[in-house]
Ligand binder design. Structure first.
Ligand SMILES: Cc1cc2nc3c(=O)[nH]c(=O)nc-3n(C[C@H](O)[C@H](O)[C@H](O)COP(=O)(O)O)c2cc1C
Length: 223
């Protein structure tokens, strides 16, 4: 190899390394200081499964009290938290893909539940609880879970109709997990299918491919 060729190669090396680094690096998602680290979920919930099933019911009257971070942590983990290696979840899903996202609407804003880190990722500072559904008890809840299908996470050979059907099945399992955790923690809840899809889309800034499915208000029951 000629001396000039070696010189050119030496000069290009840092540039080539930089291109390779950009091409192969993962996108870096920066943590927002408004993200919330949830407390560790409790190791037991204080009620056996059959008692929780006996107590499972829909509640539409809530007190003004806000859910404690411990209760929110327990409900979110039960809903669709990571329960095994390889990030498998408490709710079943086709191909083991987590294509049902849980957003959490609170007074101070909306967050996306990051199951792998058991954290709430800040989305927007809007208090949108009254926009999610026309139903009064949703607006009055302490927190509202918003279940959104992200069917793009399913393999391309699955039709959109099937993807959505599977997302509804997973959302149903998530909802029952929430109902049972709420029964055990004495929290009121309700699976709500009467949602205002356009408002949810606009508030969360969802892409066309994402589909809001249900909302689930949470609050301590007014006796
Ligand atoms: C798919 C689905 C959609 C529902 N949508 C609503 C709703 O929009 N508003 C509401 O108040 N309850 C809704 N519910 C809750 C039911 O009204 C409730 O489960 C039913 O009255 C039976 O009461 P229980 O859950 O106490 O057994 C829905 C339940 C399901 C399964």
């Amino acid at each position: 190899m000629k001396k000039e060729e070696i010189l050119v190669k030496k000069k290009c090396l840092p540039l080539l390394l930089l291109v390779a680094l950009i091409a192969f690096s993962q996108p870096v998602v920066m943590a927002d200081q408004r993200d919330i680290t949830l407390p560790r979920r409790p190791s037991t919930i204080g009620m056996d499964l059959f008692s929780a099933l006996e107590n499972r019911k829909t509640t539409r009257e809530y007190t003004a009290a806000r859910l404690t971070p411990q209760d929110l942590s327990a409900v979110l983990w039960a809903a669709n938290g990571v329960n095994r290696p390889y990030e498998y979840r408490t709710a079943p899903s086709a191909f083991g893909n987590s294509y049902v996202d849980i957003y959490v609407a609170a007074d101070e804003g909306i967050y996306l539940y990051d199951a792998s880190k058991h954290r709430l990722k800040f989305v927007t500072a809007t208090n949108a609880k009254s926009l999610l559904s026309g139903q009064r008890h949703v607006a009055a809840a302490s927190h509202v879970l918003i279940l959104v299908a992200d069917t793009e996470k399913l393999p391309v050979m699955i039709t959109e109709e099937t993807r959505l059907r599977w997302a509804h099945a997973t959302a149903g399992a998530v909802a029952q997990n929430v109902y049972l955790a709420c029964a055990a923690r004495r929290i009121g809840t309700c699976l709500v299918g009467g949602i205002i899809e356009q408002e949810i889309r606009a508030t969360l800034g969802l892409p066309d491919k994402a589909t809001p499915l249900y909302v689930i208000p949470l609050g301590y029951e007014k006796k």
